[in-house]
Design a protein around this ligand. Structure first.
Ligand SMILES: *Cc1c(COP(=O)(O)O)cnc(C)c1O
Length: 393
C-alpha cells in the first residue's frame, strides 16, 4: 500500500540521535536551544519555543494570549481537531468560520462578516486560529488587518506549513501572526517523532510560553516574588504543564532541517506533476492563495460528484483496494460528537460540509516515486471511468 504520507529518515538522522544517547543529556540539554534557534532563524522569527507536540504548542499559545473562561476562539472547521480543542483546554468557547470554496482555508470575508455581528453582540473572539491548510497559508494579510481592527490574537496553525512562504517571507516570521505553531509529527514536513514549536517576535509571549511549558516554574531570580533561598530554589508562579521536547528529538529535528529544502523541492515537483496529470479528470485541486507558497504537506482533490458514476466512498474504497492509501483531511470539526454536544449541527458550515463530501488526500511525501504517482493517478482515472482517452499523457 502506498501511504498518503511518510517520513524520510537517513543515516545522519540516526547518528544524530545516537550521539545524544551517548551524551550527558537526554532531555533539557543543549540540542533543544540549538533546534529552537535554527528554526527561528530559518523562519526569520525572534523566538522559537520547542514543545512535545503541536497540540501542546497550540494550548500554550492560547494561554499566552490570555484565553480563558468566558472568551471565544474561532477557527476553521476543516482542520485537525487540535486547532479547536486548544480553546476548550483553556475553558473558552469555540466557534467556526466557514472555509473559502476554492482555497479551503478560513474565508476572510466570512470572518469579517461574523466579526461585525460579534462586535454588535459583544461576543468578539480573543483568539483566531488560521490554519495553513495542506501547507498553504490563509489570506493572512486580510485576517491580520481584522486582528488589528477587532483586537484578537492571531495564531497561525502552520502544522502543515514548515518551509512555506507568505508575502515573500517564511511562514513563522511573525509579520502577520502573533504566534505560529509548527508540528514535527512524522507525516508532516520534517519530523522529531512527536514535536512542535511556537514561533513569535514578542518577548512577553515567549516568556509565558517557556514558563507554561515547564510547570509554571522559574529558576530566574528576576521573576521570583521574593528572595531566592539558595542555589536549589525555584518558584512555581502559575499552573503550567510538562510540555517539553527532549534532546533526542531536537537532534533529530536539527538533522532533518538540513534536508528541508530538498523535501520542499520534491513536494513542489510532485504537486506540479499531480496538477498536470489530473488536469483532464473530473476533480478540483486547491486554488492558489494570493501571496502564498505552499509547503505541500497534503495533496487533496475534490471529486466533481455530478460528473462521475461512483460515490465518494466508492472512489475512496476503490483507491485503497488498488493499493493507494488515500485519506480524508478532514471531517468537519463541528460535526464531531463532542462539538455537536456543544450545539453545532449539520448545515452550520455548508462549504466545509460539501468539501467533506468530495475530498480525497492523495499520497504526498518526498520519497514517493514518479512511477508510484503514475499508479495513483491511473487508479483514480479508472475509478472515475475515464480510462479511455481521458487524458493526453
Ligand atoms: C497535525 C496537526 C496538529 C497537531 O499536531 P501534533 O504535533 O500531532 O500535536 C494541529 N493542527 C493541524 C492542522 C495538524 O495537521
Amino acid at each position: 500500500m502506498i501511504p498518503y504520507g511518510w517520513q524520510n529518515i537517513d543515516q545522519a538522522d540516526i547518528a544524530a540521535v545516537v550521539e545524544v544517547l551517548q551524551s550527558d543529556w537526554l532531555t533539557q540539554g543543549p540540542m533543544i536551544e540549538r533546534f529552537e534557534q535554527a528554526i527561528a532563524q530559518r523562519c526569520g522569527a525572534q523566538y522559537g519555543v520547542a514543545v512535545c507536540n503541536a497540540t501542546a504548542g497550540l494550548h500554550l499559545a492560547c494561554l499566552a494570549a490570555g484565553l480563558g473562561e468566558g472568551d471565544w476562539l474561532w477557527t476553521s472547521p476543516i482542520s485537525f481537531v487540535a486547532s479547536a480543542n486548544c480553546g476548550r483546554y483553556c475553558g473558552a468557547g469555540v466557534d467556526f468560520v466557514d472555509i473559502d470554496a476554492h482555497t479551503w482555508t478560513i474565508d476572510a470575508e466570512a470572518l469579517a462578516v461574523k466579526l461585525e455581528q460579534a462586535a454588535r453582540d459583544g461576543r468578539l473572539p480573543k483568539v483566531v486560529v488560521a490554519v495553513a491548510f495542506a501547507g498553504q497559508s490563509a489570506d493572512m494579510r486580510s485576517i491580520a488587518a481584522l486582528a488589528r481592527q477587532y483586537g484578537f490574537t492571531l495564531i497561525e496553525d502552520a502544522a502543515h506549513a514548515v518551509g512555506a512562504h507568505y508575502a515573500g517571507a517564511p511562514v513563522g516570521c511573525g509579520e502577520f501572526a502573533d504566534m505560529t505553531v509548527f508540528s514535527f509529527h512524522p507525516v508532516k514536513i520534517i519530523t522529531t517523532a512527536e514535536g512542535g514549536m511556537v514561533l513569535t517576535n514578542r518577548a512577553d509571549l515567549e516568556q509565558r510560553l517557556r514558563l507554561l511549558r515547564s510547570h509554571g516554574i522559574t529558576r530566574d531570580a528576576g521573576q521570583m516574588t521574593d528572595e531566592s533561598h539558595g542555589a536549589w530554589y525555584y518558584q512555581q508562579l502559575e499552573l503550567g504543564f510538562n510540555y517539553r521536547i527532549t534532546d533526542l528529538q531536537a537532534a533529530l529535528g536539527l538533522s532533518q532541517l538540513t534536508r528541508l529544502d530538498a523535501f520542499l523541492e520534491r513536494r513542489r515537483e510532485l504537486a506540479a506533476r499531480y496538477q498536470r496529470l489530473l488536469a483532464h479528470l473530473p476533480v478540483s485541486v486547491q486554488a492558489p492563495q494570493k501571496d502564498a507558497e505552499s509547503a505541500w504537506h497534503l495533496f487533496v482533490v475534490r471529486l466533481q460528484r455530478d460528473r462521475i458514476p461512483r460515490s465518494h466512498r466508492e472512489v475512496f474504497d476503490g483507491m485503497r483496494a488498488a493499493g493507494v492509501g488515500v485519506n480524508l483531511h478532514y471531517i468537519p470539526i463541528h460535526l464531531q460528537p463532542y462539538y455537536r454536544d456543544l450545539g453545532f449541527n449539520q448545515g452550520d458550515f455548508p462549504q466545509a460540509e460539501s468539501y467533506y463530501a468530495e475530498a480525497l488526500s492523495l499520497p504526498m511525501y518526498p520519497d514517493l516515486t514518479d512511477a508510484q504517482q503514475d499508479h495513483v493517478v491511473e487508479s483514480l482515472r479508472r475509478l472515475l471511468e475515464l480510462s479511455v482517452g481521458g487524458a493526453d499523457d
